[in-house]
Ligand binder design. Structure first.
Ligand code: NI
Length: 176
């Protein structure tokens, strides 16, 4: 049994959530440990996706499991250096949330289908097409690697409102 560690999730606004993360040069034991920790942290939250910058690690690793059927087996995925290599013109709108922006949701339009290439935990190149919630999730998480949050797609007023709520949330949390 690998020993997994829950990692604290950064809450917006935080400068680390606005940085472009670095590519991972080698899929080492340390990277695999990071992936295990991130999956544990994501399931614990609970959430359907988590990107390394959200735990303050500025490398290009995301985890996700958009399997929503509680009867189905978990479908954890680890994507290292993921890249969107094709996207459909057709868009899909989902009400998105983010573990770094708790309890705030908004509709975002994104390509309905995307083809993504990444390295798996064995360092092997994988390519897959995503649809539905999986497609939204993988695009949302890849955005995190480029310092983009889902609220960046909203109108400035709505974005500022959410940011102010998060500032208040963080102040209250700090006071205990
Ligand atoms: Ni997010």
């Amino acid at each position: 049994m690998p020993i997994m560690t829950l990692r604290p999730i950064l809450i917006h606004p935080d400068p680390r959530l606005k940085k472009v993360a670095d590519p991972i040069a080698e899929v080492s034991a340390e990277i695999r440990k990071q992936a295990d920790d991130m999956l544990e942290t994501m399931y614990d939250a609970p959430g359907i996706g988590l990107a390394a910058p959200q735990i303050g690690v500025l490398n290009r690793l995301i985890v996700m499991d958009a399997q929503r059927d509680p009867e189905a087996k978990p479908a954890p995925m680890v994507l290292i250096n993921p890249e969107v290599i094709w996207e459909s013109d057709e868009k899909n709108v989902y009400e998105e949330g983010c573990l770094s922006i708790p309890e705030q949701y908004a509709e975002v339009a994104r390509p309905k289908l995307v083809r993504v290439r990444w390295l798996d935990v064995d360092g092997k190149t994988v390519e897959e097409q995503f649809d539905g919630l999986w497609a939204t999730c993988v695009q949302h998480e890849i955005d995190h690697l480029n310092g983009t949050l889902f609220i960046d797609y909203l109108k400035p007023l709505k974005r500022q409102m959410i940011t102010r709520k998060m500032q208040k949330y963080k102040r209250e949390r700090a006071r205990g």
